[in-house]
Write a protein that binds this ligand. Structure first.
Ligand SMILES: Cc1cc2nc3c(=O)[nH]c(=O)nc-3n(C[C@H](O)[C@H](O)[C@H](O)COP(=O)(O)OP(=O)(O)OC[C@H]3O[C@@H](n4cnc5c(N)ncnc54)[C@H](O)[C@@H]3O)c2cc1C
Length: 430
């Protein structure tokens, strides 16, 4: 059941943010028998970007018990991703089923408003008290959090603006790119080399490939090779089309509004222009910063960060929702183990940090390869054909299930990679 105000004054866990990360961690902790409150500031979800999933989300869906709902949904079946160079040369599609025909190698292109609502409903079905239209204003601590003080609760505000303190033993920040706690503690580190922006919209009636390629994500470099387009088929004969490039190139050094810039970029990407020729644009263009960043810690005393509230990677491989679900799943295990013994230290709540970051780091390395003008996946696979399987594992998101060390080691010899994406992971305040 969805409420507009908490029923109690005290919970085991309070989750701020009802996106995929928040709903997942809340559901998985509540299922362990704990009292969980989730506050989501929007009364209703509106449009949200982030529509293409990675196949490895399957395992979290299975754990959440939502696989049947995903299968019964109207979301589009996605079986591959294909890349085109600025000269219009395409790789063969990378079919996720090439090395594993299990149904987990298929995934979905989703309408986020419906997808996020489904996960939030699922949290409520697992016993989470969900409050909509409720803003988490501040996290409250007993003592100075940087001197060992721990969370005692949160200050929330309902639609009327009335404020109220609610107590908890653990607070989870799932506020997405608001990065509420990472900003408060100054622990967010941006990647200086991945300061990108994107401009995107939806079309109806645009080209769709046939057969198993109908739901494929297509990534196309523009002729300048300074930017790239995503092309993501959605339900209702709709396609999501967006351009991504360095913020200086795409936004700051440009005249004209976002609509004009989008048109200019389309003009230097004929393959996309041809695909949308004759289609109807059904949404004004929107623009977003998509800087990559991550915090230096996944948890502190009495708090944990999940999803974008911890970190975000460039959207090139559609890692966002997958990493949000995975971090939430791992955090739920750490929180459950911490609640079981009453240990709410940073070390206990953040015990999954190293493992989670290792996977994120692997994807970050693949992102740098894409942006390296000297690198080509075609040439790479010609030189190392046996690594194709590992590459597909990575595109599937199998980074926590399959070893990809050899792939990363070889990639590391071919592509210059900045060593760390967010400074060292810290478990204790220093
Ligand atoms: C341009 C672009 C393209 C992308 N494309 C993809 C893609 O194709 N595939 C993919 O997987 N990912 C993609 N992503 C990333 C993806 O959208 C995010 O990684 C994902 O939504 C993260 O989920 P989350 O739950 O952490 O955060 P969010 O989905 O942002 O959810 C956070 C929630 O917290 C709520 N909230 C915020 N502050 C408060 C507060 N104070 N109190 C209460 N509630 C609050 C918000 O209303 C929101 O519902 C893209 C991102 C960008 C920028």
């Amino acid at each position: 059941m969805v409420e507009t105000a908490p029923r109690a004054e005290e919970y085991d866990v309070i989750v701020a943010g009802g996106g995929p990360a928040g709903s997942t961690v809340a559901a998985l902790v509540a299922r362990q028998g704990y009292r969980v409150l989730l506050v989501e500031r929007s009364a209703k979800f509106g449009f949200k970007v982030g529509e293409s999933l990675m196949p490895a989300t399957y395992w979290t869906f299975e754990r959440l018990g939502v696989l049947d709902k995903m299968k019964a949904s109207r979301f589009v079946n996605k079986q591959s991703v294909q890349f085109f160079s600025g000269r219009g040369k395409g790789t063969a599609p990378f079919y996720f089923t090439e090395f594993d025909r299990h149904e987990s190698s298929h995934t979905w292109q989703v309408v986020r408003r419906e997808f996020d609502q489904m996960l939030l409903d699922n949290a409520a079905e697992h016993g989470v008290e969900v409050c909509r239209g409720v803003n988490m204003v501040e996290v409250l601590f007993d003592g100075d959090p940087q001197e060992g003080g721990s969370v005692r609760g949160v200050l929330i505000a309902g639609a009327s603006g009335a404020r109220r303190e609610i107590g908890c033993r653990v607070m989870v920040d799932a506020t997405g790119q608001k990065t509420t706690l990472a900003d408060r503690f100054g622990i967010k580190r941006e990647e200086p080399n991945l300061r990108n922006a994107s401009i995107y919209t939806h079309y109806r009636g645009a080209h769709r490939d046939a057969g198993i390629d109908e739901g494929a994500t297509v990534i196309l470099h523009t002729q300048s090779e300074r930017s790239w387009f995503w092309y993501i088929p959605l339900p209702d004969d709709t396609v999501s089309v967006g351009v991504v490039g360095p913020i200086d190139y795409l936004v700051r050094d440009r005249e004209g509004d976002a609509e004009a810039i989008f048109g200019e970029e389309m003009a230097i990407c004929p393959a996309v222009a041809e695909r949308v020729a004759g289609a109807r644009q059904v949404m004004p263009v929107r623009a977003a910063r998509d800087f990559s960043y991550r915090a230096t810690r996944v948890a502190g005393n009495g708090w944990a960060l999940v999803g974008d509230a911890f970190g975000f990677l460039d959207p090139i491989y559609s890692t966002g929702v997958f990493l949000a679900l995975k971090s939430a799943e791992m955090a739920a295990d750490s929180i459950g183990a911490s609640l079981a013994v009453g240990d709410f230290s940073a070390a206990s709540l953040g015990r999954h940090g190293e493992r989670f970051i290792a996977g994120m780091e692997a994807m970050r390395r693949l992102i740098y390869a894409y942006y390296d003008p000297e690198f080509s996946f075609g040439r790479f696979l010609k030189a190392y054909p046996h690594l194709r399987k590992d590459l597909i594992h990575m595109l599937v998101g199998n980074i926590y299930r399959e070893p990809v060390d050899e792939f990363l080691a070889v990639l590391g010899r071919e592509v210059a990679l900045p060593e760390s994406g967010g400074g060292e992971l810290v478990q204790e305040w220093v």
